[in-house]
Design a protein around this ligand. Structure first.
Ligand code: NAD
Length: 330
């Protein structure tokens, strides 16, 4: 049996990645859509053969509760809408995948986790790199200490924003923040899964070269995460630089990925040479794994709690920017 997924929000990521990936999945399928745009409803319905009864808008969405074709709701909306639609989906009795960054702040993440627990539904975050072989190798090398104790981490993620100056990503009320929320979350995750540990403190600084564009949100942020034992993981996020790497040094060697976080073309090396892993459809594997977790009653490796942990770091980074001091991650 294939579980039915309904995508909520048919923007760039749903159109370019998730819907195509759902043509390759083995344990789930694109069964429904939720959109505020009638013309998208029409084109998606004919392209993906979605029956009218499985098409919803944001107001009638809650009646998805009565639709047995839909097992999982996948929230792919601006960040400010993640909490509302995750909670409404869980209350409608559906399992939920919510895109990154999980929500505007860690308080919202806690509410989302509590609502899914209360409804007895599973919640997962769209952390596709947990299904990507090079990133999984970094987790193994770092967490198992294959090269000994980690002595430093250096990671960065960003792109040069040339998009719409009026897009939701640049509006704080909709995005919660700029490149840190959108791109930095991968570097924070990377530092956490390379070590298998949770950072205790963070100190951050920021830089803005295009203040007219980034009026409300951060452009480039630099941070230092302090892990138990004193390890420092340096990170940076940007809407003004094309970055995407994760570099780890340890006592007996080193390993790194670059590009580290993209949909494809991921490359890595260790002190022993090039990594040799295939490129995979990350989104297809991520959604199939969640479907199997639901069917087999197993925990997902990327639950809401993972999103919450990253959001706690993000909250502390913004706090550090405001205070100018090192802040505890709570
Ligand atoms: P997008 O702007 O392309 O799409 C957003 C969708 O939300 C659009 O269909 C838009 O119509 C709809 N929407 C509903 N209400 C809206 C409002 N008030 N303002 C603006 N749009 C509104 O964005 P996207 O790139 O598809 O990103 C959506 C989510 O997916 C974000 O959380 C983003 O971080 C995440 N994402 C994840 C990845 C990944 O690799 N995991 C990649 C891209 C995006």
């Amino acid at each position: 049996k294939k579980l039915g997924i309904a995508l909520v929000g048919l923007g760039g990521y749903s159109t370019g990645q998730l819907a195509p990936a759902l043509q390759e999945t083995k344990h789930c399928r694109l069964a429904g859509i939720v959109t505020g745009t009638p013309s998208k409803a029409e084109s998606w319905s004919s392209k993906y053969n979605i029956p009218d009864k499985n098409i919803y808008n944001y107001s009638n969405f809650d009646s998805i509760a009565d639709n047995p074709d839909i097992d999982i709701v996948y929230v792919v909306l601006p960040v400010s809408m993640h909490k509302e639609f995750t909670i409404r989906a869980a209350q409608a009795g559906k399992h939920v995948i919510c895109e990154k960054p999980m929500a505007l702040n860690s308080e919202e993440c806690k509410e989302m986790i509590a609502a899914c627990n209360k409804a007895g539904r599973m919640l997962s975050i769209g952390y596709r790199l947990h299904f990507e072989p090079h990133n999984m190798e970094v987790m193994r090398l770092g967490q198992k200490g294959i090269y000994g104790r980690i002595t430093s981490i250096d990671t960065a993620n960003g792109f040069t924003y040339r998009g719409d100056p009026n897009a939701w990503r640049l509006k704080k009320a909709l995005s919660g923040g700029g490149a840190l929320m959108d791109m930095g979350v991968y570097s924070i995750q990377g530092s956490r899964y390379a070590t298998g540990q949770e950072p205790l403190f963070v100190k951050a600084t920021e830089e803005k070269t295009r203040p007219e564009l980034f009026k409300e949100v951060d452009e480039t942020i630099f941070w230092e995460l302090e892990f138990p034992g004193g390890l420092i993981a340096k990170g940076k996020s940007s809407y003004n630089n094309s970055w995407g790497y994760l570099r780890v040094k340890a006592e007996k060697g080193e390993f790194e990925l670059e590009p580290a976080f993209s949909y494809g073309g991921i490359a890595g090396r260790t002190s022993k040479g090039q990594m040799n892993f295939p490129q995979v459809n990350q989104q297809a594997l991520q959604m199939d794994d969640f479907a199997q977790c639901i069917m087999q009653g197993k925990a997902t490796r990327v639950p809401g709690e993972e999103g919450l942990k990253d959001m706690k770091v993000i909250d502390a980074i913004y706090k550090s920017l405001a205070s100018g001091k090192k802040e505890r991650i709570v």
